[in-house]
Design a binder for this molecule. Structure first.
Ligand SMILES: [Zn+2]
Ligand SMILES: [Zn+2]
Length: 259
């Protein structure tokens, strides 16, 4: 990932509210297409320009050829708000986020995210490195549904990681149960990506606690009930994989630490 600045020169009469709204709209469209990562973009007003600090998955991520239709429309609307086409200044590699996957076309993908991630929720099945979403086809106008799913997933994960949880077990159940609304939504999005791109997309099912740690290593796939234990863990995280249900999971973290 790279840290960059996006500069919007003021070229015609504008006011603060109009400029702010056009910049916000444009950057949000790029976030929903996976061209900009994270959700915050601090923006400074510097006399004759506005400057936004952003994180991008690749130095070329903001090329107009990668924009969705919505992104292109938002780009044109900057002019109506008295702003020039933005100029990108790449400041350097982001030390706080992982590198984007090198594969031009991965053989499989994993839908996986955690509360602290500042990267795409889609990872290469082979390298487990994040794949920039704008590189993938979608049957929707952009990847907004997937990004919104990721935001909710991360919010619930954040809650269940805290020692003094405000939602007790509710957040963990959302992450852990195959048929929770969160996981149903995530699996549906994974399936859509698989169908549109013709590449298998696995869903990473989180496992934090278990009521029976002694049986945890032999648990069966929650989708089909078949045995799904891997001989060797995959990416040091996943102990279970079901090809037909497109599911990956781990021995519950609590059981791992007690063994
Ligand atoms: Zn890869
Ligand atoms: Zn299965």
């Amino acid at each position: 990932m790279y840290v960059a600045e996006l500069e919007f020169k003021i070229i015609a009469d504008t006011n603060f509210a109009q400029a702010e709204s056009a910049i916000r709209h444009y950057i949000e469209k790029l976030i929903f297409n996976g061209q900009i990562l994270g959700r915050e973009f601090p923006t400074a007003w510097q006399q004759d320009r506005f400057c936004s600090r952003i994180v991008i998955p690749d130095e070329h991520a903001l090329l107009a050829k990668y924009h969705s239709k919505l992104g292109n429309t938002a780009l044109q609307q900057l002019g109506n708000a008295g702003l020039a086409y933005p100029q990108l200044h790449v400041l350097g590699m982001d030390l706080m986020s992982p590198h984007t996957d090198p594969c031009a076309k991965a053989k499989s993908y994993i839908l996986y995210t955690r509360f602290s991630d500042t990267c795409s929720p889609l990872r290469c099945g082979e390298h487990f490195a994040p794949t920039a979403l704008y590189q993938l086809k979608t049957s929707e106008p952009d990847h907004e549904q997937l990004i919104r799913w990721q935001l909710q997933y991360q919010a619930l994960d954040e809650i269940q990681m805290q020692h003094t949880r405000v939602l007790d077990k509710t957040a963990e159940r959302s992450l852990q149960q195959l048929h929770s609304t969160l996981n149903k939504q995530g699996r549906k999005l994974a399936k859509q990506l698989e169908l549109t791109n013709g590449i298998p997309v696995f869903y990473a099912l989180y496992s934090g606690t278990s009521t029976n740690c002694s049986a945890e290593a032999d648990k069966t796939c929650p989708g089909c009930g078949e045995s799904w234990r891997l001989v060797k863990p995959m990416h040091d995280i996943f102990d279970f994989k079901c090809d037909s249900c497109r599911l990956l999971s781990n021995i519950a973290w609590d059981c791992q630490s007690s063994s």
